[in-house]
Design a protein. Structure first.
Length: 269
């Protein structure tokens, strides 16, 4: 039987709603405001299962998602398994919704192929508990999943993608809020990436940061164009996507040069 845990630190009626309508859900409510990575860490620490699956508040799954998750973990030895992210009601979404979706999840847009993966999406990922125990000095802050995955790969493990694990994304965040959050994400990631690195490494990465929007847009085109499904939407959303990638790149540059500057404490989306 699956244990469902919701970690919440909001000041609205979320906690009451969960208690009233979902009595079987285990609610972890915190009075102090916490980031999304911190909330995930608190839920993982409280979980009892041998498989730890991570979603976020903007994801919708169908009734077969847990069944498929358990099946693939039983069959596959990989410590970390992820899936696809599909934009909900994609055909009628605005260009803003498409831009925010493509900025984060174009590499995980269906259809995906089953097999080894270089990276996994953070909002549709699951770990065998032992894998998290193998991660050295695990701290549930910032981009901890990215660095756990890198550690697992460096230790000789593969990551695995299962295309039948699909979440639908419903993330109605205003464009400017999302734009500002991209800066915080980029700066936090960069600061974590070069923590303890020599100064010349920081400067080299900072000098290449302005190229990131062009590289990211090219990678997006390479992944979405051959599929044909959403060529027109991807092309029309490209200017907005470029702006979002630019915000991230600006954050990365400052993260390499000046550290996180409190950005890791501002990851709420």
């Amino acid at each position: 039987m699956a244990e469902v845990i919701v970690a919440d630190s909001s000041s609205d009626e979320t906690a009451a709603l969960i208690q009233d309508h979902f009595p079987d859900v285990r609610l972890l409510h915190f009075s102090n405001l916490m980031t999304v990575p911190e909330l995930r860490g608190a839920a993982i620490a409280a979980a009892q299962g041998e498989i730890i699956a991570i979603l976020d508040p903007y994801c919708i799954v169908d009734g077969e998602w847990i069944t498929e998750l358990l099946r693939v973990h039983a069959e596959r030895p990989e410590p970390a398994i992820g899936g696809a992210v599909e934009l909900e009601s994609a055909h009628c979404q605005s260009l803003v919704r498409w831009a925010t979706y493509l900025c984060e999840y174009d590499a995980f847009m269906p259809p995906l192929e089953a097999g080894p993966a270089a990276e996994l999406t953070g909002n549709n990922i699951s770990y065998k508990r032992v894998a998290l125990g193998e991660a050295e000095e695990l701290s549930y802050t910032g981009f901890w999943k990215t660095f756990v995955n890198w550690q697992l790969r460096a230790g000789g493990h593969q990551l695995w993608t299962d295309p039948l694990l699909v979440v639908k994304l419903r993330k109605p965040i205003p464009f400017m809020e999302f734009f500002r959050s991209r800066y915080q994400h980029g700066r936090c990631f960069a600061a974590m990436r070069v923590s303890g690195a020599p100064r010349y490494i920081r400067w080299l990465r900072a000098l290449t940061a302005p190229l990131l929007p062009y590289l990211a847009l090219w990678r997006q085109a390479r992944s979405t164009w051959p599929e044909r499904r959403h060529r027109v939407k991807s092309l029309m959303a490209a200017p907005l996507v470029f702006l979002l990638f630019s915000s991230w790149a600006w954050g990365e540059m400052w993260g390499y040069l000046r550290g996180q500057g409190g950005s890791c404490a501002r990851l709420f989306y």
